[in-house]
Design a protein around this ligand. Sequence first.
Ligand SMILES: Cc1ncc(C[n+]2csc(CCOP(=O)(O)OP(=O)(O)O)c2C)c(N)n1
Ligand SMILES: [Mg+2]
Length: 556
Amino acid sequence: MGEIDGHTIIARSLKEQGVESMYGVVGIPVSGIAGAVQREGIKYVGMRHEMPATYAAQASSYLTGHIGTALAVSGPGVLNAVGAFANAWSNRWPMLLLGGSYESTGGSMGYFQEADQLSALRPYAKYAERVESMERIPIYIAEAIKKAIHGAPGPSYLDLPGDFIMGKTDEDLVQWAAPVAEPPRTIVAQADAQAAIDALKSAEQPLIVIGKGAAWSRAEEEVRTFVEKTGIPYLAMPMAKGVLPDDHDQLAAAARSFVLSNADVVMLIGARLNWMLHFGLPPRFREDVRIIQLDKNPEEIGVNVPAEVALVGDAKAVVGQLLDILDNEPWQFPQDSEWLQTVRSEARQNQDLVDGMKQEVTEPIGYYRALAALDDTLPRDDLIIVAEGASTMDISRTVLNNYHARTRLDAGSFGSMGLGHGFAIGAAVSAPEKRVLCLQGDAAFGFAGTECEVAVRYKLPITWVVFTNGGIGGHPAAAFEGESMPPGGMSPDARYDLMMEALGGKGYNAETYEEIQSALKDALTLDGPALINVPLDPRAKKKPQKFGSWLTRTTD
Ligand SMILES: Cc1ncc(C[n+]2csc(CCOP(=O)(O)OP(=O)(O)O)c2C)c(N)n1
Ligand SMILES: [Mg+2]
């Protein structure tokens, strides 16, 4: 049949596995891969740094359900991707990182960009291998993708020696691989499903907690029906916001501390008892709390608190099973119970407090009012919100509403700053019918601000909003005048909108509620990206929390 080169083998294998997009930074020895994937009809997005490229790939996996891929050159390129790769591990999101590497016979010779890339990625990888023959590249790609999407999802890495990427071989010798099967939607034993329903029926103060595992499983319809049929109040973890619309009357977000510390039975649907849920431990949870845990990963069961009922399976399929039981024996938690009345009144009090803060007119503007200007203007549909920063992200979880599943991406369990740009670009490329809002604190924006040029180049309709409050946690201009510079301080007068203009996008500087609204309305009509710089009160803080520690970061 003739000869075939390594990049073409790689590109055809990716195409065969259903890959739709790749984000990367090219150079020796991977440039040919980018060209070859374009020839196979895969969208290649040239990024400015491997960290955002890796974030874009994982956001694309989460949003589309197909594996997203990233490309990095050997040595520093792959090592630049490590933190973002670990974020996919922490989030249980699949992706595939392809790294160029020193030649197959070049180890320990002091080769160009020679580095032990496998050791750097292995702790966070579902699968990380160095390809040992050109002809078997398709097998490695299929294995890497299978490991990434099956079981508990996570990132995979392939180390590709330069001579395999750039070399040629006889096409007849290539061992092509069949497409990896979709992961099965596993169900649980009927007795376990019944035990879950019985445990809920025995509860006096039940609570449902929805995690992004439910969103990943596309379980929104089943989960909504289940919540409504059972009449139990629920909380959504940050990236599960929108699985049910945030204006749902069973949402207990405004009474978060109250419901967590008083619930006697908590049903977790694709949510983990990690720091974001205070480990399920006192004082944030009851000592005697009973846990019903639905997770596709058996290794997640019982982490920090033993599960009374373990449902190991796919959220969509298993909640479907629970609904079948409820169809046969209809039951609803008593709607006139004291529990529901107290949850509602706690929520109302908290909501009134937040509503009051949204109205507070200060100069410069504070977080709550600035976020209210965004929330009051954003469309309900066809929108993805990316948010990061410390207070910027935390408060946005309370004030910005999501109405559809998989419409909020934020720093999540790994707390990674610098992921917003990659997430926004991955979202805009993967969901071209949607607008993307990328809300960032000024410190968070600085990690990868040059990626705005990528959005300009590909005409991506992303609206950046940067809350400029003098850096990490905010510092007034006066703080920069003394002897020592605040360690977390960053110029409060920086004009990130002008930076966007210099890169070819549209910039706005908006200081009031009205100016933010009008800039956002305008930005949402553009074909390409825009950036609204919002000089924010450097002393503005979050509303006082019941439990005053960093663990309260998931809002009251
Ligand atoms: C990769 C990484 N580096 C550093 C940090 C520490 N950190 C936490 S929040 C934050 C930035 C917060 O400032 P900003 O984005 O301006 O948001 P603000 O609180 O001022 O609204 C940083 C640097 C981190 N979480 N991740
Ligand atoms: Mg800041």
